[in-house]
Design a protein around this ligand. Structure first.
Ligand SMILES: Cc1cc2nc3c(=O)[nH]c(=O)nc-3n(C[C@H](O)[C@H](O)[C@H](O)COP(=O)(O)OP(=O)(O)OC[C@H]3O[C@@H](n4cnc5c(N)ncnc54)[C@H](O)[C@@H]3O)c2cc1C
Length: 459
């Protein structure tokens, strides 16, 4: 599998992974995807080029067109949402990054912490409002359950719930182990939970296709099979005129000259892609399996009543949800390198954990297994930023939680590109931090995995 930390090129025109989402939408065979503009096969000059057709790129393009009258050109190496956007778990949550609100408060103060919370809420609202324009993406019942994987973690969850209720008036239910087992699902690894009323699951690939359709209707061009490889900068000096700098993006069959470029490649940004993002992110694999559909007896044996999205409290988290056809989607960490990504060991490990949660499913198999790159940042927060000349922009570093916030990030990116002021928050006003000892990022990741295993088992 493509490994962004090692490979200098992402390749081109790869099919979607063998995921449940690609299968239920027949993405690779029947051509269910909405129309795009095909491969770029001519040289063009544009005001704004966007690299990457995931949620970030599509949202930026859509908001540029609708709110600023700028019709951008999107360049995608493979197909729309071929990256994380078409292969994630489809959890819509009011969050992004991994930094707890309490830490934001102590570092930046209450006003900033609240401002960031507002942005996370706005992300969910924007996703909902775009869906209401007619995106058919199978949203499920609202509810986000965080389960305590140990009795001691329930205390932490209750404290978090109390804090969020006080700070944001957030409506959070506390569930004992018995209530959880009786009203939602009988997860044997769960010792109680908190439940947010909002948050829900959907089909992430269909969501991205919906954004693509809206963006094209708004006048955006989307070229697939058009990876940006070589990237140069050209400054022209004409007598009596101000000098102008253009970004020159080379794709296999066409060159794009753009006044401004948005990098929306997130965890799929190739090694040395652009100096602005070099060594500033850590791509980490997340693995998903989708089981066979559960029979009525199996569902009853687990009392699996809920379709809410579920995540546990481990340092190395597991997440799961029941899909509309009664399969279980179950996810967690994957391999460390792209080379090992397809090793069935990682999918089997997830299935084994699933069976410890639901022993009645002992004979269950999985029908789908795939993985994808999350984009971690050093400070555990996403960043939407630009170069000094305000000609190259980026949004990335969602740390595994970007389905809703990437849309808000795209909206803010569009404002930045259009020269509109965005909120004075660290996520919009500071760049991604360079990883110290960047060539050894994977050693750090391995170390974190070892720490996580010990913490989750013993503390
Ligand atoms: C397995 C998994 C599960 C996840 N589950 C959830 C979840 O349930 N909830 C949640 O909130 N978040 C989840 N996430 C994270 C979420 O999917 C991402 O944060 C989000 O999709 C990022 O969108 P994006 O548009 O920024 O990047 P991507 O969707 O990764 O898009 C980047 C695109 O850039 C393209 N590209 C890269 N280089 C080039 C180039 N040189 N030229 C042209 N194109 C290029 C790629 O082909 C790719 O399509 C998950 C991620 C994974 C991998």
């Amino acid at each position: 599998m493509y490994d962004p930390l090692l490979d200098e090129s992402i390749g081109a025109n790869a099919p979607y992974p063998n995921s449940y989402w690609a299968d239920v939408t027949a993405a690779n065979t029947l051509g269910n995807a909405p129309a795009d503009d095909g491969q770029l096969n001519k040289d063009i000059e544009v005001d704004v080029a966007i690299i990457g057709a995931g949620y970030t790129g599509l949202s930026t393009a859509l908001h540029l067109a609708r709110e600023h009258g700028i019709k951008a050109t999107v360049l995608e190496a493979n197909r729309t949402a071929w990256g994380a956007s078409g292969r994630n778990a489809g959890f819509i949550l009011k969050s992004s990054g991994r930094k707890p609100y309490a830490r934001m408060q102590s570092q930046w103060g209450e006003e900033v912490m609240r401002g960031i919370y507002q942005e996370m809420c706005a992300g969910v609202d924007t996703v909902k409002s775009l869906i209401s324009e007619g995106i058919d993406c199978d949203p499920q019942d609202s509810g986000y359950i965080r389960v305590a994987h140990k009795p001691s973690m329930l205390k932490d969850l209750i404290e978090t719930a109390a804090l969020q209720k006080k700070m944001f008036g957030y409506d959070i239910q506390v569930l004992t182990r018995e209530q959880l087992h009786q009203d939602y699902m009988a997860d044997h690894n769960a010792y109680g939970a908190i439940r947010y009323q909002d948050g829900f699951g959907l089909n992430p690939l269909k969501l991205a296709w919906g954004y693509q359709k809206l963006a094209r209707e708004a006048g955006v061009s989307i070229y697939c099979d058009s990876p940006v490889g070589n990237w140069q900068q050209e400054t022209s000096h004409k007598t009596g005129q101000q000098s102008q700098t253009l970004q020159i993006l080379h794709t296999p069959n066409g060159i794009v000259k753009a006044k401004k470029v948005v990098i929306a490649t997130n965890g799929y940004s190739a090694k040395n892609f652009h100096p602005l993002i070099k060594s500033k992110t850590l791509p980490v694999l997340s693995q998903i399996i989708v089981t066979q559909p559960l029979s009525a007896e199996q569902l009853a044996a687990c009392n699996f009543l809920t379709s809410n999205v579920i995540m546990d409290t481990r340092a190395l988290k597991y997440y799961y949800r029941k899909l509309p056809d009664n399969r279980i989607l179950f996810g967690g960490r994957g391999a460390i390198t792209g080379k090992n990504a397809a090793d069935p060991y990682y999918a089997k490990r997830l299935l084994a954990v699933l069976k410890t949660s639901f022993p009645a499913l002992n004979s269950l198999r999985y029908d789908y297994a795939w993985s994808g790159w999350l984009c971690m940042s050093l400070d555990d927060m996403p960043h939407v930023y630009q170069n000094e000349q305000r000609t190259v922009f980026y949004a990335m570093g969602y740390c595994g939680s970007g389905v809703s916030f990437s849309v808000q990030a795209g909206k803010r990116l569009a404002q930045k590109v259009a020269g509109v002021t965005v909120p004075n928050l660290p996520i919009y006003q500071t760049p991604l931090t360079t990883f110290p000892f960047a060539p050894f990022r994977r050693v750090g990741q391995w170390g974190y995995f070892q720490y996580g295993k010990v913490k989750d088992r013993w503390f």
